[in-house]
Design a protein around this ligand. Structure first.
Ligand code: GLY
Length: 392
């Protein structure tokens, strides 16, 4: 075990001046990116430090729009709002025409772009797009097994499984219930997380990335990785999706079972951090490994902790806040980009996917920026400046 809550105390924490400087540097880079990335979106990961311009495809474009909304909230400047609202039009078109949406990632795409737009500006197109996305996600719900099928055509035997990442797609369903009064969206989310928690959290509190469900009985069958190092290892980003996903479901459901699960999954993450507090891409690797880091995993985990501490007893809240602040300080020191000539991203040293013997990935975005790393890094910083109303 690399860390404990005791050892983490020795690391430097965050001061207001550090948060302000990090936010100012990040939003300056976002502003410089607007001319290239308003009609187009950022690619999922950077290439030699630089995002390329893409159409509104893949599961990741909402992160860039979310980054623009966060920048708008931090600065109050209209240039961000105008760019983000332009992108909302693209999201409405995408869901109406069903472009590259045969998967479960409606929350990643539409919470951060359109739910955010609706909450911040009351834009009705944004509301329409987000509700269509919630409907589309709800169609992926499988009664046999009570879960949202992640990938492939719904009901396809070879893809009858859930993945831990999906926990971040649930809030758009809770939101849809709040907005429409139709409880069926939230019920599907509630049933999904129940099934997911039964499947993915192992007795040692590490997590499976993906888990298959028996198509006839609905019983969980076996877990395998897609992006982790081994089927039985803890993929760092998957563990982080667990932390934030559990916190978000607790926010909406207030089921005390999720407090206990939060402690288990979060303690595993914190206790397996290497010496400099920036996780490797899988917790198989520790201090002095040559393997790449995944800074985005830490940014996601930090946001999850900042959300969950709102609901914990003060002593526990202080303990987890201290750990998260130190993790964020480590990101600012080791991974934050302050120079647009070396990268147009915000958070360096992420890993989208790393090839291994047991996983099904090719190397992609290794030691690069990725759009979700940028998003969660900025969300974490913004959360420290105000009582931030979630886009989730
Ligand atoms: N949700 C996909 C990933 O984390 O790479």
């Amino acid at each position: 075990m690399a860390q404990t809550f005791e050892t983490i105390k020795k690391y430097p924490g965050l001061e207001e001046s550090i948060i302000k400087k990090a936010l100012d540097e990040a939003t300056a880079i976002v502003k410089a990116n607007l001319p290239e990335f308003t009609d187009k979106f950022q690619s999922s990961n950077s290439f030699d430090g630089f995002y390329e311009a893409t159409e509104n495809v893949e599961w990741t474009t909402g992160f860039w729009t979310g980054v623009i909304w966060l920048s708008y909230e931090h600065t109050g400047e209209d240039c961000y709002k105008e760019a983000a609202l332009k992108q909302v039009e693209s999201f409405l078109h995408r869901i109406e025409e069903k472009i590259d949406v045969n998967h479960h990632d409606m929350g990643f795409l539409f919470s951060l772009s359109c739910v955010a737009a609706y909450k911040l500006t009351g834009n009705e197109y944004a509301k329409k797009a987000a509700l269509l996305a919630a409907d589309h996600l709800a169609e992926r719900y499988r009664e046999v097994g009570n879960f949202l099928q992640a990938w492939g055509n719904v009901g396809q035997a070879s893809e009858y499984r859930l993945i831990i990442d999906c926990l971040l797609n649930l809030p758009i369903l809770y939101w849809a219930t709040e907005v429409t009064g139709d409880s069926s969206y939230a019920m599907k989310a509630k049933n999904h997380i129940k099934t997911a928690m039964k499947c993915v959290v192992r007795p040692d509190n590490s997590t499976y990335h993906t888990h298959f469900i028996d198509m006839q009985t609905g019983e969980p069958t076996y877990g395998v990785t897609h992006q982790g190092n081994r089927n039985n290892s803890a993929w760092a980003r998957g563990q982080a999706w667990g932390i934030y996903g559990i916190a978000l479901s607790y926010r909406y459901l207030k089921d005390p079972e999720y407090i206990d699960l939060f402690y288990r999954v979060t303690d595993y993450f914190i206790e397996h951090l290497p010496e400099d507090l920036v996780p490797y891409w899988d917790f198989d690797f520790d201090t002095d490994s040559e393997e790449p880091r995944d800074s985005s995993a830490s940014a996601i985990a930090i946001c999850g902790i900042y959300e969950m501490i709102k609901y914990l007893e003060p002593e526990q809240a202080a303990r987890y806040k201290e750990a998260a602040d130190k993790m964020l300080r480590a990101l600012v020191e080791h991974c934050a980009n302050d120079d647009i000539t070396i990268s147009n991203g915000l958070l360096l040293h992420g890993t989208y996917a790393r090839d291994s013997k047991e996983n099904t990935c090719k190397n992609r975005g290794v030691d690069e920026c990725n759009t979700w790393g940028d998003y969660f890094y900025l969300e974490a910083l913004v959360r420290l400046t105000k009582d931030w109303e979630l886009y989730w």
